[in-house]
Design a protein around this ligand. Structure first.
Ligand SMILES: Cc1cc2nc3c(=O)[nH]c(=O)nc-3n(C[C@H](O)[C@H](O)[C@H](O)COP(=O)(O)OP(=O)(O)OC[C@H]3O[C@@H](n4cnc5c(N)ncnc54)[C@H](O)[C@@H]3O)c2cc1C
Length: 400
């Protein structure tokens, strides 16, 4: 959607396909980091976005065995929004779709599922899809697969990747937040980790809670009485006993199967993968959406020019992959390091809660150091800036 917006804004005809009828999904990545908010500011859309309901997180705090440590402080970042905005992904996507729709050469096809690729003269020349009125074929100078971590299109293009594995999965659920109660974002206990993202909506204050469990452990947990799960949560954080007691049962708990992978090659002639389709990120530090947005900005910056002349070359597409490959690799390396040390160790501890790692203790003791993790998490490596021009809103079509 972000790439569609940027290309349409640059005067290029774009069709975005979405297989669902709306963007209303269960929670999936609601953390808009300063890098994403900066892109929105560069597009002149910040006031509109921040007028939507959201919550702000200015500092990241984690708790080890009852002691709270501040790990990152975004307030010192020199950006338009020195905070993480927590906003439902469907609101964010509706907002982008609304902005993109103000260009007459942007079209959004809901309920339209891409099912295959059209090949012509050894290049990909469009997609086959099934929409509300039946099958259709859309020809294009470029097909961008941003169809998520179970991408059908990348498979059809024959792109393969490497799966890096993960020691954990996450169970997500909504937990009432009595009187807007504050709590550290993460709590590490013996064998358990609880993530609490403070949220509010028309039903009141709540936490988007994530319970980190050993990989593949969801089915066995669900065999046990729900009261055991509630007791585990309360054992980790006695202050939340009351809202935990109000949880209705296993149906309220959704599983996120954690996956970390990356394609070796992100493109084929006429075809490019970005976002989760190119690299599923670990949930560590909540960077998935933000990296997908960065990919979109880089792709628009590098491809808008070539697209005005016709189909981009494979070298043009490789430039996008090369630009985003390095920050993706490095971010995944850091995430995998944390997964295999802190997270794996915590999940395998059976009696004593883990001790805060030395680096976390360092950031806590030396507040000025907190700007480094804030920069890494908030802005990422190699932050992208909008370089695409804004076309006049005349009906002339530049390319497709
Ligand atoms: C439960 C959960 C929690 C998460 N938490 C966070 C978080 O806190 N912070 C964070 O930054 N990231 C988080 N993520 C990851 C984040 O959601 C993704 O990294 C991000 O959404 C990737 O964006 P994307 O556009 O590449 O793919 P997606 O957001 O997966 O979007 C792909 C879109 O393509 C559509 N689609 C798929 N196949 C087709 C098809 N064949 N034809 C047409 N449309 C199709 C899908 O319906 C979907 O709308 C979470 C993910 C999950 C599942």
């Amino acid at each position: 959607m972000m790439l569609g917006l940027l290309l349409a804004r640059a005067g290029i005809e774009v069709a975005v396909l979405e297989k669902h009828g709306d963007f209303l999904r269960d929670f999936r990545g609601d953390t808009l980091h300063p890098s994403t908010l900066e892109v929105i500011a560069e597009l002149g859309l910040l006031d509109g976005l921040l007028a939507l309901p959201h919550q702000r997180v200015e500092r990241l705090e984690v708790d080890f065995g009852g002691e709270t440590y501040t790990v990152a402080d975004f307030r010192k970042l020199r950006v338009s929004c020195p905070f993480i905005a927590l906003m439902p992904q469907w609101d964010f996507l509706d907002f982008l779709a609304g902005s993109a729709g103000s260009w007459p050469w942007f079209s959004l096809h809901m309920n339209t599922q891409a099912t295959g690729l059209i090949r012509e003269n050894s290049r990909i020349a469009g997609v086959e899809a099934v929409g509300p009125k039946g099958p259709l074929a859309i020809r294009a100078d470029l097909v961008v697969a941003a169809d998520g971590r179970h991408s059908v299109l990348r498979e059809q293009a024959g792109l393969i990747g490497e799966d890096f594995g993960a020691p954990m999965d996450v169970q997500w659920f909504r937990l009432d937040r009595p009187d807007g109660m504050d709590a550290p974002l993460g709590r590490f206990g013996a064998g358990r980790i609880l993530i609490l993202l403070p949220r509010s909506d028309s039903r009141g204050d709540y936490w988007q809670a994530g319970y980190v469990i050993p990989k593949g452990g969801d089915a066995a947990l669900r065999q046990r009485p729900f009261a055991d799960f509630q007791a585990e949560l309360t054992g980790l954080m006695p202050e939340i006993a009351e809202p935990v007691g109000r949880l209705k049962g296993w149906d309220a708990v959704k599983l996120l199967t954690v996956k970390v992978d990356r394609l070796h090659d992100w493109c084929r002639p006429g075809f490019l993968c970005i976002g989760d389709a190119a690299h599923a990120m670990s949930p560590v530090a909540g960077v998935g959406i933000n990296l997908a947005i960065q990919d979109a900005v880089a792709a628009a910056n590098l491809l808008a020019g070539p697209l005005t002349k016709g189909a981009p070359s494979v070298d043009d597409l490789r430039r996008v992959a090369a630009r985003r490959g390095w920050p993706t690799r490095m971010t995944q390396r850091l995430q995998l390091g944390l997964q295999h040390s802190l997270i794996a160790e915590t999940l395998s501890a059976d009696t004593a809660p883990p001790r805060a790692p030395w680096m976390i203790r360092l950031f806590h003791s030396w507040p000025w150091l907190r700007r480094f993790p804030a920069r890494l998490i908030g802005l990422g490596l190699r932050p992208e800036h909008v370089r695409t021009p804004m076309a006049p809103r005349s009906p002339a079509r530049v390319s497709r």
